[in-house]
Write a protein that binds this ligand. Structure first.
Ligand SMILES: Nc1nc2c(ncn2[C@@H]2O[C@H](COP(=O)(O)OP(=O)(O)OP(=O)(O)O)[C@@H](O)[C@H]2O)c(=O)[nH]1
Ligand SMILES: [Mg+2]
Length: 424
């Protein structure tokens, strides 16, 4: 979003509460989250917000005509320039509403893409956001194409007055996507090399994951003494950061802080950020940070688990949950949360802000990482070079001898590494 000379863009936030929607969210917290998302964009002033109850979505204008008129009057009186609609808006609905309301419209995906694009700092981050935005634009072109009508989108999307123009736009997008994919592959490769180098350092990797604003960066900073931006703002962190830390037990680990998750994370973003998100697949331990003081903490945890599962994280990576922000709870609620956490082996009630509960959590992190190792002899045929390379990457090879048909290797590894090798 561009900065306006005459101050912030005046914005209005709408959460359509569609009764027929299967994955309907509680409207109150959903609207609150949408407003937080809007606030996460710079140079934007959220003038007002509201839930719009809808029996069903209208194809042409999303809302019923009475509501559209009513909102038109309000938006005009408030001099609104941008309306954020927390949900999917079809290109046709968008064009129609922009015309009657004389405002610019951004839907949830468009808004999240704008935030990501504002946050991207590294080359990889910038490329990933560009790819996600283009893939999104492309789907809007395809849909508009069936209507052969002019349309505009939130990120200054291309408009095309007819089939040929749209076909041309689509081709241009495809070409741009191919270019980006190639550039990204190069960046990822460099990073993979760094990662391989890091793997040689025998420190296990602990990945912090969680819903946006759960307190990952606050915890990261507290444990590492780093100064990653931690703010009461959605998607404060975009680019992954890694730091070595010595735990109280003396054990050294590498802690990684990364982008937070959100419900209905645009698929284009998940696809584009796969490389970044997949770092958690490589982790030796996943630390799921939850804002236990949030009214939707349960739903948020479920969203995070779904995204982790979609990325391919399975039970082979040990997981711990940090129920964060206990300092925000009333004494009674806090005692209850602490009792509940104490009963579960992998759950710890903590406050990243005050430091409460962190010692117990870190002891368990150390504990979980000291997997017993065993020695074993393996035979790897020449044809399985990839498996042999993996063993070296993991740093588990203690001896190697070349034979007629392959290599005989002595390894010293954990049960988890063994299982992963077998699955290769
Ligand atoms: N009261 C309280 N506030 C906390 C605690 N941990 C984090 N916060 C606050 O919660 C907000 C979000 O914290 P971050 O550390 O930026 O959250 P994050 O998970 O990194 O968020 P993203 O980077 O957006 O995914 C900040 O205002 C923090 O100060 C805590 O234990 N107690
Ligand atoms: Mg963060």
């Amino acid at each position: 979003m561009e900065a306006h000379d005459r101050g912030a863009t005046r914005a209005w936030v709408l959460h359509p509460d569609i009764k027929t929607e299967k994955s309907r969210r509680a409207p109150g917290p959903a609207l609150e989250e949408a407003v937080s998302l809007a606030r996460a964009l710079p140079d934007l002033e959220v003038v007002g917000s509201e839930v719009v109850p809808l029996p069903k979505a209208h194809p042409g204008q999303l809302f019923g005509s009475g509501k559209v008129e009513e909102l038109a009057a309000r938006l005009k009186a408030e001099e609104i320039e941008l309306v954020l609609i927390d949900g999917p808006v079809t290109p046709v609905q968008q064009r129609n509403l922009e015309k009657v309301w004389k405002v610019k419209i951004l839907d949830r995906t468009g808004l999240i893409l704008e935030i990501f694009s504002d946050r991207a700092r590294t080359r990889e981050g910038v490329l990933q956001v560009e790819m996600a935005a283009l893939s999104y634009q492309r789907t809007r072109l395809v849909r508009a194409w069936t209507h052969l009508e002019r349309q505009r989108g939130g990120l200054g999307f291309v408009g095309g007055p007819g089939e040929t123009q749209i076909e041309a736009d689509r081709r241009a997008i495809d070409e741009a996507l191919t270019r980006l994919r190639r550039q990204l592959a190069k960046v990822v490769k460099t990073r993979d090399l760094h990662r391989a180098a890091r793997k040689k350092v025998p420190f296990p990797i602990v990945a912090l994951v969680g819903y946006t604003n759960a307190g990952k960066s606050t915890l990261f900073n507290r444990l590492t003494g780093a100064e990653v931006m931690a703010k009461d703002m959605l998607f404060a962190t975009l680019d992954p950061t890694m730091r070595a830390v010595t735990l109280p037990s003396g054990r050294e680990v590498i802690l990684s802080d990364t982008v937070g998750f959100i419900s209905d994370l645009p698929t284009q973003l998940v696809a584009a950020f796969r490389a970044t998100l997949e770092e958690v697949l490589d982790a030796d331990l996943i630390l799921h940070v939850r804002d236990i003081s949030h009214e939707e903490t349960q739903e948020q945890a479920q969203d995070v688990e779904e995204i982790l599962a979609a990325l391919g994280v399975d039970d082979s990576t040990p997981q711990l949950e940090a129920w964060n922000k206990i300092d925000r709870l009333e004494p009674e609620a806090r005692a209850q949360v602490e009792t509940l956490a104490a009963r579960r082996a992998n759950v710890f009630a903590v406050s990243a802000l005050t430091g409460d509960g962190l010692d117990a959590l870190l002891d368990e992190v150390s504990e979980k990482l000291t997997d017993p190792r065993t020695a074993e002899t393996l035979f790897v045929p020449f044809a399985q070079g990839r498996r042999r390379a993996w063993l070296f990457e993991q740093g588990v090879v203690t001896e190697e001898e070349q034979q007629d048909e392959g290599f005989r290797l002595q390894v010293f590894w954990t049960a988890r590494q063994r299982a992963r090798y077998m699955a290769l």
